[in-house]
Design a protein around this ligand. Structure first.
Ligand code: PLP
Length: 401
C-alpha cells in the first residue's frame, strides 16, 4: 500500500471547479460565467496587441538571457508598478519611502505581504470584507494571520452596508490590518463612493488600523487607470503606512504569466530600506526569485510612451465591453418583466455582477440552461456576449419565477 493511502480526496476549488463542470457539459448552449477572465464578443480569450508587440521586441532582443532576477524582481518593473498604482506625483515615491517587490501576480503579492506582516507586525489580525474573493481567507490563514470579518455587502439593497462596515472597523482592535479591494470589489461589484472612502480612511487612521489594498482590477472597473487607483492614492496622500498588492492578470491579460507587485509604503526612507531587506528574507525561502518573462512584458509596455498609450486604449475597450454587457443584460431582464429589482446589474462595476440569485436558482440555471456560475450568484460579465444575453435573461427569468 502507498504511504499516501489515507490522503483524503479534496473538493474542487469553488471557482475553478465551475470550469471543470463546464468543460464536461456537451451542450452547444453552454455558457461559462464562472471564470474571472476576459473573453471577447466571440467568447475567446484575448491576448492584447500591445502584449504581442512587447513580446516580439523581447524575442528580438538578442542580449536577453535567462538569468535569475534579483530576489525582489526587475527593478524597473518595481518602479513603474509603484508609479502606476500610486501616481507619478505620489509623495511616497517623491520621498522615496516605499519598498516594492515583483511577486507572483496578485495572489503571490498578497501572500508575501501576509508573510511579512506575520513576521514583522505586532497585530496579527486581519479584517476582510463579507463577502470577499474566496482565496483571501486562505492566503492570510496560511501565512499565520488570524482572520476576522467586517460587514460589506447589503443583500437588500445589492449595495454597500456602509453603516455595518464602519461599526465593525470601529470595533476592531487598535492596529488591526484591514483588507480593502482597491476597486471593482470581487464578488459584489460594489465599491464605496469617494466620500465613503474618505470616511473609511479617517476611521482607519484614527484607530491606527493598517490598510492592505488588493488591486486586481486597476483600469478594468472604470476604464481609467487613475480613477481606479483613487482609493489607494487617498490613503498614500495622508502620509500613513499601507500595503498594496497589484496584479497584471486582468488589466494586461497576463493571467498565466503571474505578474504582480507588492508595495509597502512607509513613513520614512530609512524604514522602507529595512522593510525591503526583510521582504527579501521572506521571499528567498519561498521561491527564491520571480519569473522574468511576464515582468519584462509589463516593463516594456510601461516604459514606452506609445505602448503605454496603446495599452490604455485596449484596456478601455475591455472595460467598455463589460459595461455594455451590463446594459444589455439589464435591458433584456427588464423587457421580460422579471420580478425583482435589477438596477444593480448596471450599478455594480468591474468584472462581476452579484445577481442576488441563490444557490438553488444557480443550480436550476446550470441544469436547465447549461449556464455555469459560482453558487453565490456571481456572474462574470466578461464571459458574456451580445448573442448570449437572451439565453441568460431567459434563464434568470425562469429561475426567479
Ligand atoms: N484579488 C482579487 C480580488 C481577485 O479577484 C483576484 C483574481 O481573481 C486576485 C486577487 C488574484 O489574481 P492573480 O493571482 O491571478 O493576480
Amino acid at each position: 500500500a502507498s504511504v499516501f493511502q489515507n490522503v483524503a480526496q479534496a473538493p474542487e476549488d469553488p471557482i475553478l471547479g465551475v470550469t471543470v463542470a463546464f468543460n464536461k457539459d456537451p451542450s452547444p448552449l453552454k455558457l461559462n460565467l464562472g471564470v474571472g477572465a476576459y473573453r471577447t464578443e466571440e467568447g475567446k480569450p484575448l491576448v492584447l496587441n500591445v502584449v504581442r508587440r512587447a513580446e516580439q521586441l523581447l524575442v528580438n532582443d538578442l542580449y536577453r538571457k535567462k538569468e535569475y532576477l534579483p530576489i525582489t524582481g526587475l527593478s524597473d518593473f518595481n518602479k513603474l508598478s509603484a508609479k502606476l498604482i500610486l501616481g507619478s506625483e505620489s509623495p511616497a515615491i517623491l520621498e522615496n519611502r516605499l519598498a516594492t517587490a515583483q511577486c507572483l501576480s496578485g495572489t503571490g503579492s498578497l501572500r508575501v505581504g501576509a508573510e511579512f506582516l506575520t513576521k514583522h507586525y505586532h497585530q496579527r489580525t486581519i479584517y476582510i470584507p463579507v463577502p470577499t474573493w474566496g482565496n483571501h481567507p486562505k492566503i492570510f490563514m496560511m501565512a499565520g494571520l488570524s482572520v476576522k470579518t467586517y460587514r460589506y455587502y447589503d443583500p437588500t439593497t445589492h449595495g454597500l452596508n456602509f453603516k455595518g462596515l464602519l461599526e465593525d472597523l470601529s470595533a476592531a482592535p487598535n492596529g488591526a490590518i484591514v483588507l480593502l479591494h482597491a476597486c471593482a470589489h470581487n464578488p459584489t461589484g460594489v465599491d464605496p463612493t469617494q466620500d465613503q472612502w474618505e470616511h473609511i480612511r479617517q476611521l482607519i487612521r484614527s484607530k491606527n488600523l493598517l490598510p492592505f489594498f488588493d488591486s486586481a482590477y486597476q483600469g478594468f472597473a472604470s476604464g481609467s487607470l487613475d480613477t481606479d487607483a483613487q482609493s489607494v492614492r487617498m490613503f498614500v496622500a495622508d502620509g500613513g503606512d499601507c500595503l498594496v498588492a497589484q496584479s497584471y492578470a486582468k488589466n494586461m491579460g497576463l493571467y498565466g504569466e503571474r505578474v504582480g507587485a507588492l508595495t509597502i509604503v512607509c513613513k520614512t526612507t530609512d524604514v522602507a530600506r529595512k522593510v525591503e531587506s526583510q521582504m527579501k528574507l521572506v521571499i528567498r525561502p519561498m521561491y527564491s526569485n520571480p519569473p522574468i518573462h511576464g515582468a519584462s512584458i509589463v516593463t516594456t509596455i510601461l516604459k514606452d510612451r506609445n505602448m503605454f498609450y496603446e495599452w490604455k486604449l485596449e484596456l478601455k475597450a475591455m472595460a467598455d465591453r463589460i459595461i455594455s454587457m451590463r446594459r444589455q443584460l439589464y435591458d433584456a431582464v427588464s423587457a421580460r418583466g422579471t420580478p425583482g429589482t435589477w438596477n444593480h446589474i448596471i450599478k455594480q462595476i468591474g468584472m462581476f455582477t452579484f445577481t442576488g440569485l441563490n444557490s438553488k436558482q444557480v443550480s436550476f440555471m446550470t441544469s436547465e440552461y447549461h449556464i455555469y456560475l459560482t453558487s453565490d450568484g456571481r456572474i462574470s460579465m466578461a464571459g458574456l456576449s451580445s448573442d448570449k444575453v437572451p439565453h441568460l435573461a431567459d434563464a434568470i427569468h425562469a429561475a426567479v419565477t
